[in-house]
Design a protein around this ligand. Structure first.
Ligand SMILES: *Cc1c(COP(=O)(O)O)cnc(C)c1O
Length: 370
């Protein structure tokens, strides 16, 4: 869909030139944080990108001071979760340049999430241009300490002040930036995972494939119970049979069995991770056979008991690769690779992060310099 606006000149399509700039008052500029104590998602930069959807079109694109929105308490997003979001990162290379990894894929996925939630689609080229403009403005905020990143959170929320359950007519799209610390400050370490056989995250026909707030609201209770029991996260099972593995927390999951890599096939209730697709391409290029298929957790435990499960890891933008050292299914515990990071997990992590930070050449065309 071509995005039109009254503000833009000529052909009616939004262009980066049509983005209004509203400066932060000099005395309100924030001090840059200590790069060794960033954490995740707690610190935000001076500016954000915002645009509105009204009268059938996205309009009023602007870069304005980061800060709270004024919202009507009846806004539909607050009641019915009509919202979608994305998560991607910018990386500071050793030469000081700022790099992006498969950013277009994030905005294309955002549009697929939009379709599921009856939210108007974005013009991907314009959204990318707006994000880059914001990043260039905030370049000094992109950290350079090892393994730090600029986390980027594009979001769309429905803002109609109306309590009826149907698609809103007004939306806000915004992009905020959060300088973030290393995911594994003490080095990559395997985690303990609880196989969740009571609660489910999503079911086929629901919204599991979309990055939308409701899925995360549904996941919090199981995650909290698992953490109370001493596990880092849950392994989600498919909601009908409660046998087939779906995801781990908010990451996709891979298993190395007999030298092959297995991952659940995208069945509609699994989020199609960009890291997942990168792992599949990269492992294939390394000569590893990758299979996307239904994986029965009981059969996996039997394989594990026979010593045939060699490695397991989650994949996602935040951690890139997160090795799984142990799974608990009801009363059965399965230790994987002696609770050590496996060689394939390590190699995939090193290669992916190497490409992202520009330490390795990128034969896939995944990266670009800002
Ligand atoms: C974002 C997300 C992932 C990982 O996707 P990436 O594009 O690799 O970051 C996996 N599962 C869920 C539920 C997610 O929200």
């Amino acid at each position: 869909m071509a995005v039109t606006t009254e503000k833009s000149a000529g052909n009616g399509t939004l262009t980066a030139d049509s983005i209004e700039f509203i400066p932060v008052k000099p005395e309100q500029m924030k001090a840059k944080p200590d790069e060794n104590r960033l954490g995740f998602g707690k610190i935000f930069t001076d500016y954000m990108f915002v645009m509105d959807y009204e009268n059938g079109a996205w309009r009023n694109p602007r870069i304005q001071p980061y800060g709270p929105f004024m919202m009507d308490p009846a806004s539909s997003v607050l009641h019915y979760s009509q919202s979608v979001f994305e998560g991607l990162k910018a990386y500071r290379a050793a030469d000081g340049s700022i790099r992006l990894f498969r950013a277009r894929d994030n905005f294309e996925r955002m549009n697929r999430s939009c379709e599921r939630l009856c939210i108007p689609r974005l013009d991907v080229d314009f959204a990318l241009a707006a994000m880059k403009r914001l990043l260039r403005l905030e370049a000094e905020w992109v950290p350079s300490a090892p393994d730090t990143t600029m986390y980027i959170r594009p979001t769309i929320i429905a803002v109609d002040p109306f309590l009826g359950v149907h698609a809103a007519e007004r939306y806000t799209f915004y992009i905020i930036l959060s300088p973030s610390g290393a995911y594994f400050p003490d080095g990559m370490a395997p985690v303990r995972i609880y196989v969740e056989d009571e609660f489910v995250r999503a079911v086929r026909g629901g919204m599991g494939f979309a990055k939308t707030g409701g899925n995360y609201g549904a996941s919090i209770l199981a995650g909290a119970i698992a953490q109370e029991k001493g596990f880092t996260q849950v392994l989600w099972l498919e909601g009908v049979h409660r046998r087939y593995i779906e995801e781990v927390g908010s990451m996709n999951i891979f298993f190395k069995v007999h030298g092959e890599l297995w991952t659940p096939r995208l069945n509609g209730s699994i989020l199609p991770g960009i890291t997942r697709s990168s792992v599949i391409e990269l492992a294939t290029a390394m000569g590893v056979k990758v299979f996307e298929k239904d994986i029965d957790v009981y059969e996996l435990f039997d394989l594990g008991a026979r010593g045939e499960l060699e490695e397991a890891f989650g994949s996602g933008t935040a951690a890139v690769i997160s090795p799984v050292g142990m799974l608990r299914l009801q009363s059965r515990d399965l230790i994987i690779n002696n609770f050590q990071t496996g060689p394939l997990s390590q190699r995939l992590y090193d290669t992916l992060t190497g490409v992202q930070y520009g330490r390795l050449t990128d034969p896939f065309g995944w990266t670009e310099t800002l």
